[in-house]
Design a protein around this ligand. Structure first.
Ligand SMILES: O=C(O)CCC(=O)C(=O)O
Ligand SMILES: [Mn+2]
Length: 201
């Protein structure tokens, strides 16, 4: 496969430490991205999970599923996701993400934002299972939705548009110092699927 140069967006963690976001805006060609989007929507057994707030079960505003070694699971916001074995079509994307980034990824959380009413609230991918300073790579398909970053203490903000077929990678330390989110947008009527590639021992 062809490897592309990334755009590098420097990200200040603390006064004496910097990290970066690497970004490949047109990582997949549009026909391939179209196919991958259609396959993901059709083939993934989408889960509608709920969180418990004050004794009430509230559905999270997106569908999801989690892939990796099926003897393992991942828990965030008290939602326990038992891993599903990688289907071969997803595993080949995982391998290409590894080749492009030079990092190892063995787990994937996939989110399906059906329209602009779906979102993910401010959070960091900092669960202990992800290890110290996790590196997270993300492939976006479908509708453009801005990826928002907010520094945990200075509240500095950054917005990166993640187009159809793009690859983005958050470097070491980003989860410790920054939160990220996808905001609701009532003007968005089309869907978006996002794969986040992670590594767990
Ligand atoms: O949809 C995205 O781009 C971000 C998803 C995300 O942050 C997550 O699944 O942890
Ligand atoms: Mn995240």
């Amino acid at each position: 496969m062809d490897l592309f140069e990334s755009h590098v967006i420097p990200l200040q963690l603390s006064p004496d430490r910097q990290s970066e976001i690497s970004f490949w805006p047109a990582w997949l060609g549009s026909a391939e991205a179209d196919d991958l989007l259609a396959t993901a929507i059709d083939k993934i057994n989408w889960r509608q999970d709920s969180i418990n707030i004050a004794g009430k079960s509230i559905p999270i505003p997106r569908l999801q599923n989690y892939f990796g070694d099926p003897t393992t699971s991942y828990t965030y916001s008290r939602i326990r996701l038992q891993a599903v074995a990688f289907p071969s079509w997803m595993d080949s994307i995982r391998v290409r993400v590894e080749q492009q980034t030079g990092c190892c990824f063995n787990r994937t959380l996939v989110n399906y934002y059906r329209d602009g009413r779906d979102s993910v609230d401010w959070h960091a991918d900092d669960e202990v299972e992800l290890g110290l300073e996790p590196i997270i790579a993300s492939v976006s398909l479908g509708e453009d939705r801005p990826f928002l970053l907010r520094h945990k203490t200075s509240k500095e903000r950054l917005k990166i548009n993640l187009p159809h077929g793009s690859l983005m990678m958050m470097g070491p330390g980003v989860q410790e110092y920054w939160h990220h989110s996808i905001a609701k947008d009532k003007n968005v009527v089309k869907s978006r699927v996002n794969f986040t590639f992670r590594h767990m021992d």
